[in-house]
Design a protein around this ligand. Sequence first.
Ligand SMILES: *Cc1c(COP(=O)(O)O)cnc(C)c1O
Length: 449
Amino acid sequence: MTALSSNDAWMQRSLRSVWHPCTQMQHHETVPLIPVSHGRGVWLYDQQGQRYFDAISSWWVNLFGHANPRINAALKDQLDQLEHAMLAGFTHEPVVKLSEKLSSLTQGHLGHCFYASDGASAVEIALKMSFHAWRNADLTHKQEFVCLQGSYHGETLGALAVTDVAIFKDAYGPLLRQTHVVMSPDARQALPGETAQDVARRAAKALEDLIVAREGKIAAFIVEPLVQCATGMAMHEPLYLQLVREMCDRHQVHFIADEIAVGCGRTGSFFACEQAGIWPDFLCLSKGISGGYLPLSLVMTRDSIYQAFYDTDVRRGFLHSHSYTGNPLACRAALATLQIFEEDDVLVKNQARAQALSDALAPLGDDERVTQVRQRGMIWACDVQLPADKAATFSRQFFTTGLQHELLLRPIGTTLYLMPPYVLDDEHIAFLGERVQTVLKDVLQGGKA
Ligand SMILES: *Cc1c(COP(=O)(O)O)cnc(C)c1O
């Protein structure tokens, strides 16, 4: 017997002391746990020096590669100025500059930013703000929320209440507020002869029917604009967002855009809503906003909603806080991230990257089991048709086989997707095209995973 490799040693120590997220820990009896030693650009390296292409941006957070020199430099500078100060009664340059910058990216439509640390908290904040804004307007019956089929908005109790993913919802259902779930505009539901726009109209009608039936009771509708990511990269037409925006105005319902995954350039525009030419009442950001460096989330809102809380009475003010609200290091990482967008003309360059990625992955479609190939900006996805027994293990098999080919990908069920960082060059793209095909072939052949 050889001595334990350092990977094995760290894996065993981790399994003895760390409870990993969203994981049936027993699976690690057969699925490896990779101890990451360091990251550079698109690559993560384990303790033995083996590398993995981070093609899902470490759960969709990393935008400009690991150990990005510009973000590192900004953080080192910030570290010597101010690591943290409370944001009640105090303010600081990074949080002010970030709020100004983000507001300017909405051309001032969303004038104020409220901060938290994780995505789920941003969703909770948007829900509470919506309810409270209506209460301050004496519309106290507006207490109900609406979300889409297959929606995912986080896993704390309030966010989970507007999430429609069976595995999460079933387990904790008794703890949750009732929420209305309406038809998703997922374009894959097109009936014969129907276009994606027809699906969008059909879904919008379902929402309006509900709003009418519950007239005066709905506080807000929450949606991930353009791509419902966690349910398996379900994509819809911008038309849906336009129809919903008009409807929300007609019926006095707030429109919450959860751009935690789709914001920060992921779908091609900085905010996904821009492609529909609309602005929501609340916009949640997290994940990519700090470049994937530090926990940071925020809710942007209209100044008219901000004004609904502006009063001498404390109880009419927004009653919410987190200890690390507006953390200066996280805000500084976000500022450095936004600066890269500007300096490198990232949104324009990503158009070419997205096209090249699409070309490199096109041969996958030659296999008739690969269906619904789709893309929106820097999200590429397809569905793999498999018999039930193979479908159940596809994701884990692909993940494990991928690692053997230096590829980090975690399919969602039978949806295979890429969400790479925005630093892909031609070589990276060729690598992805080749390895994704190799791994898929291996897994489909029931290969030697
Ligand atoms: C990840 C995600 C969240 C939750 O963010 P956390 O930081 O994991 O709490 C909420 N909404 C969407 C759309 C997400 O992708």
